[in-house]
Design a protein around this ligand. Structure first.
Ligand SMILES: Nc1ncnc2c1ncn2[C@@H]1O[C@H](COP(=O)(O)OP(=O)(O)OP(=O)(O)O)[C@@H](O)[C@H]1O
Ligand SMILES: [Mg+2]
Length: 463
């Protein structure tokens, strides 16, 4: 190779590299501006029209269009001109003819059966660059038409191919981002709904319980009042006795007044059974104290249950919440069932919102009591630690749940109770609460034998 030939070869290579760089530069500009278009426009039609304008800056063409390709039809999504919609017969033809990869048609008249229907995007075009592309959800085809034959070079075809691939993957990413944002929004909305449902379900059960609780408060209050009024009458007698003794103390033993006081004292002892009174007084006070403690417990339990929900988590003892919940609904269930405890000897601490946890136990206890038919049933409450979980089992010997419906009982609004009796929200809300506490809830049941709900919550160390 002579010096001149070598120089020529170098110049040729440099020219080719320059052309290549030119294509890269154009591609780069296209991508940057394409990205801007995609980010600024959300309407696909407008976005495609802007793409056409961008492409026109680097590739000469007379008409551009984008087709949306579905399983059984083809639709014109966007076109640089006012093109007619594709008639159904041509749609089938197009479906059969559209390529899966790029096709650079130098002379359209040579393609047998190409649908050049009047007013369509191919009408009057002689050559055509057909570029299919897919986004995650849809398949499209970009068509660039030119009135001259063989109008599109291999370099231009390559540029179009790369730009379309870039645009499709960017569109996917934008769609995925939108989807993620929408999912987040939906999740937040669902959580708000669940929270307000939990609150309103709690208010409803509180209302239902109010009557029962009033009765429950009335009972100890009744006997405390009657005890106090008996005790008051005893106190009158004690006052008379004490006054007599005080007087006796001030009088001389030999005087008549002393004798009179002695007689009065004897009369008091004769008319009142002082020994019994003293014994009874102690019992009256003890009973009243017991009643007052019971009132205090019920009120504390109610307070815990109805405490406004600030979503605050505390380290709480599962056994304590279970016992106080039984106290709250005792008046509702005591005629239907007995309750037997088999609680862990050591306290089981969990990180929970106490009023929400109480709500879960209450729903399940209510369901268990409502499942008793006729005879007085049995509920057994057991708690224990297993690995790093606190396990709470609520078992009843009620009617059981048929296999056909057991998979639906946690669904919102699923109820087998009469209209107006059950909302069907008890278990779905309970499950939502347990989920929020990173726990699980499961059920096992046998017809006419009974049902067991098992709740598992992560154990915590008490601080
Ligand atoms: N211990 C149980 N024994 C038998 N069936 C039960 C038991 N617990 C739940 N079920 C069934 O699951 C259904 C759904 O219970 P859930 O607590 O969600 O709603 P509900 O009790 O019907 O209505 P609400 O709780 O609003 O009063 C009940 O209607 C009942 O058929
Ligand atoms: Mg229920």
């Amino acid at each position: 190779m002579t010096e001149i030939e070598r120089l020529r070869a170098d110049v040729l290579q440099l020219t080719q590299e320059k052309q290549q760089l030119e294509v890269y530069k154009q591609m780069n500009q296209l991508m940057q501006r394409g990205l801007h278009v995609m980010l600024s426009l959300s309407n696909p039609h407008d976005m495609f029209i802007r793409f056409f304008a961008l492409l026109a800056e680097v590739i000469p063409f007379h008409r551009a269009s984008i087709l949306l390709i579905e399983a059984d039809r083809v639709q014109l999504m966007a076109c640089t001109e006012d093109c007619a919609a594709i008639p159904p017969a041509q749609q089938q033809q197009l479906l059969a003819m559209l390529p899966k990869t790029q096709m650079n048609v130098a002379d359209l008249t040579k393609v047998v059966g190409w649908p050049g229907y009047s007013g369509g995007s191919c009408q009057g075009m002689s050559s055509m660059l057909v570029q299919p592309f897919n986004t995650e959800g849809s398949a499209y085809c970009l068509m660039l038409g030119h009135r001259q034959q063989a109008a599109f070079s291999a370099g231009q075809a390559k540029l179009v191919g790369e730009f379309v691939a870039f645009a499709a993957s960017t569109l996917d990413r934008i769609e995925a981002k939108h989807l993620r944002q929408e999912t987040e929004l939906l999740k937040a909305r669902q959580q708000r709904m669940e929270e307000s449902l939990i609150q309103s379900e709690k208010m409803a059960s509180l209302g239902q319980l109010a009557a029962g609780v009033a009765h429950e408060l009335n009972n100890p209050l009744g006997y405390i009042l009657s005890n106090i009024s008996t005790f008051k009458s005893y106190v009158t007698t004690y006052q008379r006795l004490i006054q007599c003794y005080q007087k006796l103390n001030t009088l001389n033993v030999d005087t008549e007044a002393y004798q009179q006081q002695q007689t009065e004292l004897a009369e008091i002892y004769k008319s009142e059974d002082i020994g019994y009174m003293l014994q009874d007084s102690i019992e009256l006070v003890n009973d009243s104290m017991e009643g007052a403690i019971r009132l205090r417990d019920i009120i504390n339990s109610l307070r815990r249950f109805s405490h406004p929900d600030r979503g605050q988590l505390e380290i709480v003892s599962v056994n304590e919440i279970l016992e106080s919940t039984v106290k709250i609904i005792w008046s509702e269930i005591k005629n239907k069932t007995t309750v037997r405890y088999a609680l862990a000897a050591e306290p089981l601490f969990v990180l929970a919102n106490p009023s929400q946890l109480s709500q879960v136990f209450l729903n399940m206890l209510m369901n268990a009591a409502q499942a008793m038919s006729g005879v007085v049933g049995k509920i057994e409450l057991s708690t224990f630690a297993e690995a790093d979980h606190a396990v709470i089992k609520i078992s009843d010997n009620g009617q059981g749940i048929p296999d056909a419906i057991i998979s639906r009982i946690f669904d919102p609004f699923f109820t087998t109770k009469d209209v107006g009796k059950g909302t069907g929200l008890g278990l779905s809300l309970s499950k939502a609460i347990i989920d929020q506490h990173h726990g699980t809830v499961s059920v096992s049941s046998k017809i006419a034998v009974g049902t067991t709900f098992e709740i598992r919550l992560p154990l915590q160390q008490a601080s």
